[in-house]
Design a protein around this ligand. Structure first.
Ligand code: TPP
Ligand code: MG
Length: 440
């Protein structure tokens, strides 16, 4: 095989990815506001490839009967409606502030790693705002704003990334599983949970609430769409018609691989091939995201089965703090997407309607700074767990291999210690310092 073949075609695709990133949101010509799908976001025919949108890049609101009917609360023009809109704005600002603080904490050695969400605030806040308390979320590692909206305390968002625990929160307390790092696995977990909801209702274990049953949202990335797990999840979800929303944040990149490498067609078209209705939405428009997610959840709750949402957005930062995106993407791409910033867009809309005053902006900024300060103080105060506690929860029951590895590591650690007391795990009682392993 010619040795240049792979790299040549890969470069071509990379460029295609850049071009697609430029056109994917369809926001350059200003013609795409509103639904392109006859007023319904996921009907019987495949939707267009142009994302549906309610707020254009300048923050101008374009009416759309098909989507507007899901937004009567935020459109009502009442104090409550203004409060709801400001809450969306504040959640996005605070999410970005937490993200910046976490990135700084990683740079200062307080976190091992951090996957930034900057640019994806509208996709996350808008979709999470559509959820009920009894719904359940399965996410990847980047959905910090979703977790916060579910009720996860800010400092708990960072525990895993400090390397001190396997889960920063109790999934059942907030209705959101521990973030998944195995790409796409959470799509199958979501299908399984949704099957459980279905079974509980069918057997009368749980009665549907007002507006229908609980539902599941599983968040995946554009890269995850190439994983077997996600494709299997589509098959099961469609076959069993489970109450699931598969929410894809197409942020244009899977680490250094552009979305054009994952799919020759818009990702949303894949869903229809599985028999799952799909909608492509401007992921930087929080109102459109809220509307399409509400519609999808309504379908799920009322026996209409799964829906796929492709939220077209952009990862403004690196994949993680261990990544350097300047090695694989043009700075010009960032300029294009900066013009589509989700927070600036909502702010422009609110300001134009007199819904966001200067005082409001000062208050929101102060609230975000307070969250960041509390976060920093909380994170640096986290104590390291005993090193051997890493073995405690590998299996629920004792396991000989884990026990052997644990003993070996205890002996190794003892070689460094004056006393054995600092190296013991939470379940060990052996604090002796035999000196064994000191020469390893
Ligand atoms: C099964 C599996 N394969 C590969 C990886 C390595 N990996 C980590 S993140 C990532 C890219 C994921 O991209 P995408 O799904 O678009 O999500 P994003 O990071 O953009 O949010 C890969 C390949 C992994 N974690 N799991
Ligand atoms: Mg991606």
């Amino acid at each position: 095989m010619p040795s240049t073949m792979g790299s040549t075609s890969r470069d071509d695709l990379s460029r295609a990815g850049g071009a697609r990133a430029e056109t994917a949101s369809g926001t350059t010509d200003g013609t795409t506001a509103g639904s392109t799908n006859g007023g319904t976001t996921a009907g019987t025919a495949p939707p267009g490839d142009v994302p549906v949108r309610l707020l254009d890049e300048k923050g101008v609101r374009h009416p759309d009967p098909g989507l507007d009917r899901w937004l009567t609360d935020v459109d009502a023009g009442t104090d409550d409606a203004r409060g709801a809109l400001l809450a969306l704005y504040e959640d996005m600002v605070v999410a970005r502030r937490i993200d910046a603080e976490a990135t700084a904490l990683q740079r200062q050695g307080e976190l091992a790693l951090w996957p930034p969400l900057q640019g994806q605030e509208a996709a996350q806040v808008g979709s999470a705002a559509a959820l009920r308390d009894d719904d359940f979320v399965f996410s990847s590692y980047r959905e910090h704003a979703v977790a916060r909206r579910r009720g996860v305390a800010s400092v708990d968002l960072l525990r895993v990334w400090r390397g001190v625990t396997a889960s920063g929160w109790d999934p059942y307390a907030v209705g959101m599983a521990t973030p998944q790092v195995i790409i796409g696995a959470q799509a199958l977990h979501g299908v399984g949970y949704a099957l459980g909801i279905q079974a509980d209702v069918e057997r009368g274990v749980v009665a549907p609430g007002e507006g229908g049953t609980a539902a599941v949202v599983a968040y995946v990335g554009d890269g995850a769409m190439s994983q077997g797990d996600v494709n299997e999840a589509f098959v099961f979800a469609a076959t069993w018609q489970v109450p699931l929303v598969l929410f894809c944040q197409n942020n244009q990149w899977a680490i250094s691989e552009p979305v054009a490498l994952q799919s020759a067609v818009p990702l949303v078209r894949r869903a229809w091939g599985f028999g799952v209705p799909g909608v492509r939405v401007d992921g930087n428009d929080v109102l459109a995201v809220l509307a399409v997610t509400r519609e999808a959840l309504h379908r799920a709750r009322t026996g209409g089965g799964p829906t796929f949402v492709e939220a077209v957005t952009y990862r403004m930062g690196p994949h993680t703090t261990a990544d350097d995106p300047t090695r694989y993407r043009d700075a010009s791409e960032l300029d294009v997407w900066a013009e589509r910033d989700p927070i600036a867009r909502l702010a422009a809309y609110l300001r134009a309607g007199g819904l966001l005053t200067g005082d409001d902006e000062v208050r929101v900024r102060a609230a975000a700074d307070a969250v960041a300060a509390e976060l920093r103080a909380g994170v640096v105060a986290i104590e390291d767990p005993p090193p051997l506690s890493v073995f405690d929860h590998v299996y629920a029951e004792p396991h000989p291999t884990v026990a052997a590895e644990r003993a070996e590591h205890a002996a190794y650690l003892a070689g460094f210690a004056d006393t054995g007391t600092t190296t013991t795990g939470t379940t060990t009682t052996d604090t002796t310092t035999s000196g064994e392993g000191a020469d390893r």
